[in-house]
Design a protein around this ligand. Structure first.
Ligand SMILES: Cc1cc2nc3c(=O)[nH]c(=O)nc-3n(C[C@H](O)[C@H](O)[C@H](O)COP(=O)(O)OP(=O)(O)OC[C@H]3O[C@@H](n4cnc5c(N)ncnc54)[C@H](O)[C@@H]3O)c2cc1C
Length: 556
């Protein structure tokens, strides 16, 4: 018998010119723009925590768990073996591991557990790092973080729920929250007949006892079309009373220790974000307690939405950063036409352009974080946080899908293959633009902020003026933006272009003030120049490509 030749010895399996595995990443130490930005915006005191977490979140093991959790999507288990309705969702063990790592490291609650200047900035940095390996777990983290201000409107309820949300223990047991060591929360706003248009809700709420209004018990009946993280311990939702649309906290278990009437109908089969469960839910005589003032439900739940929209900003910035890291790694090692790809002029243009976008997204996100920190005591900062969150939510999330796609293309064919992380980053990217208010709705919200918050536009313009004289294109863009803002004609029709101008001008102002000249010059010469069409790899000649790529490279 002829012995079989081992496959490894076949001439065709002599693998050359393929990059080595990237290995463990240090998502803090290897990200100069992140370290500088956090220090600049007031979160420097959290440096040691962030440094430790950068190694945890960047470990190969976490990336592998994220891969598993996304490959093995959650499954609904509506009934137990006896036919009893239990409304459970089963997750791959890797999902639970990721939840435990995130919660142990305060990804959902750092800002509330360390309430001092810079807390929101450090929180953003923590989450930015965790979102690089995994976006799905970020959904329950975002809602658990964002719900706290809304709960504080109703201390009687908030006092019993907030401690569990601030816990660093992940407790996935489906038991009453009072018996658990930690809790998470979700949010149901969207119904079939209306998502953005929340006033078209059809869910009704009737007082369950003699009292009504804030803090009173109600019974809710209706349906919700998008309910992510349905294994959360409680949810904020909207329903009509006779007074108007109101906000309610609906727990999985009633105060009597019974399963609440939450009926998960099915899980959504999603494009991306597959480790996270998103469900459709029926409410039938479901127990709830009113949060915030009766008839002011939209205002109350918007307290939460401000936070989830902030999450969308740094989630998309994180996807950009990780795509860039992957692209830099691949092109550093792969040869084509006698040169490393990273040495080919046109590839350098693409990589540098991706790096500029990534840094601009991060700079804006961290600046919003500082405005949120300062907004606690400063009306102007609060107004800036309000409008800049909407501007950032629109623009950063809008730029992310093209960015991940371009980073994927830097890999050539292997980038399109599931062995690489790039398809997962790419599938994840659009969701931040769609949920928590889709693009148009967010631009209309920018207009709302402009007109309702008198301090918003002046605070925004002050940010731009701080960079005056630093770059001629930026100065011209600031003047052009002022003209746009002063022109009331067809403002709704122009809301996207106005928001885009606000975003790029603010990013330019931040980079001119704080980033190396190579970055800010490239940003202003492209995004604020006359010929920019938005595609990556179109930076003009004269840009310092070497400096930009060097700064973005993990090894720098
Ligand atoms: C994966 C995933 C998970 C989700 N999880 C949750 C969740 O947990 N809880 C929850 O409440 N929701 C959730 N959503 C729902 C999401 O927030 C909504 O889908 C989104 O806000 C848009 O609402 P809609 O689907 O009803 O679209 P519509 O409101 O019908 O909007 C459709 C399009 O029209 C645009 N549009 C709407 N109004 C206007 C206008 N006046 N002018 C111009 N254009 C307009 C929108 O921008 C959008 O592009 C989730 C969505 C996804 C994809």
């Amino acid at each position: 018998m002829i012995p079989l030749k081992p496959l490894a010895n076949l001439p065709t399996h002599d693998v050359t010119n393929m990059p080595p595995h990237l290995g463990d990443q240090d998502l803090w130490r290897e990200d100069v723009a992140l370290r500088e930005g956090v220090a600049r915006e007031g979160g420097g005191w959290a440096g040691a925590r962030l440094a430790a977490f950068g190694r945890i979140a960047g470990a190969v093991e976490i990336f592998e768990k994220a891969d598993q959790a996304n490959r093995h999507s959650p499954e609904i288990k509506a009934f137990d073996r006896n036919g009893m309705r239990i409304n459970q969702v089963e997750f791959h063990p890797a999902y639970h591991d990721l939840m435990a790592v995130a919660i142990a490291n305060e990804v959902p609650n750092f800002a509330w557990n360390h309430p001092k200047p810079g807390a929101q900035v450090a929180h953003a940095a923590l989450t930015y790092m965790f979102n690089q390996p995994e976006g799905g777990v970020l959904c329950p983290m975002a809602m658990t973080y964002a719900v706290v201000p809304a709960l504080r409107t109703t201390p009687g309820v908030g006092d019993s729920w907030i401690p569990g949300l601030l816990s660093t223990v992940y407790d996935p047991r489906d038991i009453p929250a009072g018996e658990k060591t930690g809790a998470t929360m979700g949010m149901f706003m969207t119904e079939k007949q209306g998502g953005s248009d929340v006033r078209s809700n059809t869910t009704r709420a009737a007082a369950a006892g003699q009292t009504s209004g804030q803090g009173a018990e109600y019974r809710l009946t209706g349906h919700k079309f998008f309910c992510s993280a349905p294994m959360s311990d409680a949810f904020l939702t909207l329903a009509y009373t006779d007074v108007g649309l109101s906000c309610f906290l609906v727990p999985r278990w009633t105060p009597d220790g019974e399963r609440n009437n939450l009926f998960i109908q099915r899980l959504k089969d999603k494009l991306g974000n597959r480790s996270n469960a998103s469900s459709e839910m029926e409410l039938q005589d479901t127990w709830g307690v009113m949060i915030g003032a009766e008839g002011r439900g939209v205002r109350t739940i918007l307290e939460m939405v401000q936070g989830t929209r902030f999450y969308c900003c740094f989630s998309s910035a994180a996807l950009m950063r990780q795509g860039l890291v992957q692209a830099l790694h691949h092109t550093t090692h792969r040869m084509a036409f006698q040169k490393k790809l990273i040495q080919q002029p046109l590839m350098r243009n693409v990589l540098a352009d991706l790096a500029v976008e990534s840094e601009a997204a991060l700079a804006l996100t961290l600046r919003i974080g500082r405005a949120m920190d300062q907004g606690v005591a400063d009306e102007g900062a609060a107004a800036l946080a309000r409008i800049a969150t909407a501007v950032g939510k629109y623009w950063i999330t809008k730029r992310a899908p093209g960015h991940t796609y371009e980073a994927m293309e830097c890999h050539g064919g292997p980038g399109y293959i599931e062995d690489s992380i790039m398809p997962r980053l790419y599938r994840e990217a659009p969701v931040n633009s769609i949920w928590e208010g889709s693009g148009n709705v967010i631009c209309l919200d920018v207009l709302r902020a402009m007109f309702r918050e008198k301090a918003a536009v002046p605070a925004f313009l002050r940010e731009l003026e701080a960079a005056r004289g630093g770059n001629a294109r930026l100065d011209a863009a600031t003047e052009a933006l002022k003209d746009e803002l002063n022109n009331p004609a067809d403002l709704e029709l122009r809301a996207r272009s106005v928001t885009e101008m606000m975003a790029t001008t603010l990013q330019g102002a931040l980079l001119v003030q704080h980033a190396p000249a190579a970055i800010s010059d490239a940003f202003c010469a492209s995004r604020l120049g006359a010929r920019w069409m938005g595609a990556y790899g179109t930076l003009p000649a004269g840009v310092d490509f070497a400096a930009i790529i060097e700064r973005a490279s993990p090894a720098s």
